[in-house]
Design a binder for this molecule. Structure first.
Ligand SMILES: Cc1cc2nc3c(=O)[nH]c(=O)nc-3n(C[C@H](O)[C@H](O)[C@H](O)COP(=O)(O)OP(=O)(O)OC[C@H]3O[C@@H](n4cnc5c(N)ncnc54)[C@H](O)[C@@H]3O)c2cc1C
Length: 286
């Protein structure tokens, strides 16, 4: 869906409660931002996003610059507080292809620069196609890179800390540029490590082979190492697959899954089955 198609006619205020950098200074800045949304009618479920409205003036006379951010909290709120939610935001920069100059992304820099007590305008929640299944016997195969971990943080909190009855197998393939970029799995923020003790849960890491050259995370190799289990899960009728992050991830996965399935056609057929069965969900940023 194009961003201009989102209904932003009912914005509401949120106050920044906390903003903490969860990556070290030597690597790209990613912040875990906690917001108080006050608004009692703000109900959401894991996997949904909010729109952040950056006040103008903006280029082309737009009143607001709106960008989407996945809610990283479960439906019961952040810190067991229903009026708080969190976002996981990477401070983005873009290189102008003509001048070679580095420009800050508008919404991500606006968000990363907010301080506790600042008010921002949100809209939403949006998105009804990236939600956890209700059946506690369902298997979850979650594949995410970078801030694509945000919805999975929400999923894991919901199924393990709130529902507590999950019996299905849960596998999280998580990709980061390097060991320092492991959001929610490092010494600055390790709240996902809490689930390592869960019998049904396993996290598998993937990294970029050459982080200094900005090579993409090699998710393909990580999936290949676990190919037998991944394929067994894909063949099971109760497995739901979730893929989140930058869109190049889907191409990488299609290539590796074609190998795992035996041919590109075999994978295309299986993927189509999953899509038709509403068991293949994607959330891509660009
Ligand atoms: C469903 C969904 C969920 C998302 N969840 C998250 C999340 O949880 N965390 C997260 O960090 N991000 C998330 N994103 C991405 C986020 O919405 C923004 O796209 C991202 O933060 C960049 O927005 P921005 O306003 O900072 O950059 P923008 O200012 O919008 O710039 C973005 C684009 O504009 C171009 N551009 C901008 N300025 C220049 C320039 N000066 N020169 C050349 N080109 C330029 C670039 O091509 C760039 O691709 C999500 C996206 C979607 C669709």
């Amino acid at each position: 869906m194009n961003l201009t198609e989102y209904d932003i006619s009912h914005p509401f205020k949120a106050v920044v409660v906390d903003s903490k950098r969860i990556t070290p200074a030597e690597t790209a800045e990613v912040r875990h931002i906690t917001l108080n949304v006050f608004n009692a009618t703000f109900n959401y479920i894991e996997g949904q996003s909010v729109g952040v409205l950056v006040p103008g003036p903006h280029e082309f006379g737009n009143e607001h610059h709106m960008r989407l951010y996945s809610i990283a909290s479960s439906r019961q709120g952040e810190n067991h507080n229903m009026s708080e939610i969190s976002l996981c935001v990477r401070r983005c920069f873009y290189i102008d292809e003509v001048s070679g100059e580095k420009h800050p992304g508008i919404a991500s820099n606006y968000l990363c620069d907010r301080e506790p007590g600042d008010t921002i305008l949100l809209t939403g929640p949006y998105g009804r196609q990236f939600l956890p299944p209700r059946d506690p016997d369902a298997n979850l195969l979650m594949i995410g890179v970078g801030t694509g971990i945000a919805p999975f943080r929400a999923f894991l909190k919901h199924i393990y800390s709130e529902r507590k009855d999950w019996k299905g197998k849960v596998r999280l393939f998580y990709g980061a540029r390097n060991g320092m970029d492991k959001l929610y799995f490092n010494d600055r923020n390790n709240d996902l490590i809490n689930y390592y003790d869960e019998e049904t849960f396993q996290a598998i890491e993937a990294f970029s082979p050459r982080p200094h050259f900005d090579d993409p995370v090699d998710m393909g190799s990580a999936v290949k190492v676990h190919a037998a289990e991944v394929w067994e899960m894909i063949l099971a009728h109760k497995t739901h697959v979730y893929v989140a992050g930058l869109s190049d991830l889907e191409k990488q996965l299609d290539e590796v899954m074609a190998d795992v399935a035996g041919s590109p056609e075999a994978w295309a057929d299986k993927k189509q089955d999953l899509i038709e069965d509403h068991r293949w969900s994607t959330l891509f940023y660009a």
